[in-house]
Write a protein that binds this ligand. Structure first.
Ligand code: PRP
Ligand code: URA
Ligand code: MG
Length: 216
């Protein structure tokens, strides 16, 4: 599969290392401690890749050998926004890379019968419109929850081109739908699954991410 399925959709390079991590978290026999450990490793890769979308300016330093090194500084203020509950699992990975990063929350839950998303609350940094936003949710199935969360961000003044959505597994149709709604949002994902089952869970998927990370 191409690593760039659409403009602004970045699929992590499908290396053996990454495939091995997904094999562990997709395995129905993987218990919670290993699920958390290996999901966290994937999350770290997504965060590192997502950070590449931040603007930079050139910067020069002198090394200990007395020579110059031409590098860069990151520009732009950032924050994270997790879609509660499963998205909260990705906050630490962002914090590990961006010290004292501000984190907002949007509580959206899918109705278990209809799979329709429902918005319960949002708590976002007051100056979010001036920030690059890392939107965090490991699962994108129908796309309804991520679309609803992105609408909340845009209503709060965030520019779509400043949103970087980090995701572990999406469905092909879901990511198409999300990308069609927000062509300027950057999506970084590690896996694009073939479809959904009758309960709107990803296939092959990994089950309920929030339950496996927090409860099982
Ligand atoms: C899951 C997941 C996404 C959503 C994806 O959350 O974390 O937010 O479903 O499905 P969609 O693309 O069809 O909207 P869920 O509502 O199950 O809540 P949870 O985080 O508490 O598990
Ligand atoms: N939410 C999950 O946790 N998993 C899915 O497959 C779909 C929605
Ligand atoms: Mg769930």
């Amino acid at each position: 599969m191409s690593t760039e399925p659409f403009k602004n959709v970045r699929l992590l390079p499908q290396t053996n290392q990454l495939l091995g991590l997904y094999t562990i978290i997709r395995d129905k026999n993987t218990a919670r401690p290993n699920f958390v450990f290996y999901a966290d490793r994937i999350i770290r890769l997504l965060v590192e890749e997502g950070l590449n979308y931040l603007p930079v300016q050139s910067a020069e330093v002198e090394t200990i050998t007395g020579e110059k090194f031409e590098g860069c500084d990151f520009l732009g203020k950032i924050c994270g926004v997790s879609i509660v509950r499963a998205g909260e699992s990705m906050e630490q990975g962002l914090r590990d890379c961006c010290r004292s990063v501000r984190i907002g929350k949007i509580l959206i839950q899918r109705d278990e019968e209809t799979a329709q998303p429902k918005l319960f609350f949002e708590k976002l940094p007051a100056d979010i419109a001036n920030r690059f936003v890392f939107l965090l949710d490991p699962m994108l199935a129908t796309g309804g929850s991520a679309i609803m969360a992105t609408d909340v961000l845009i209503k709060r003044g965030v520019k779509p081109e400043r949103i970087i959505f980090l995701n572990l597994v999406c469905s092909k149709d879901g990511v198409d739908k999300y990308h069609a709604a927000f062509p300027d949002v950057k999506i970084v994902t590690g896996a694009i699954d073939k479809g959904l089952d009758d309960n709107k869970y990803l296939r092959p998927g990994l089950g309920d991410f929030g339950d496996r990370y927090y409860c099982m």
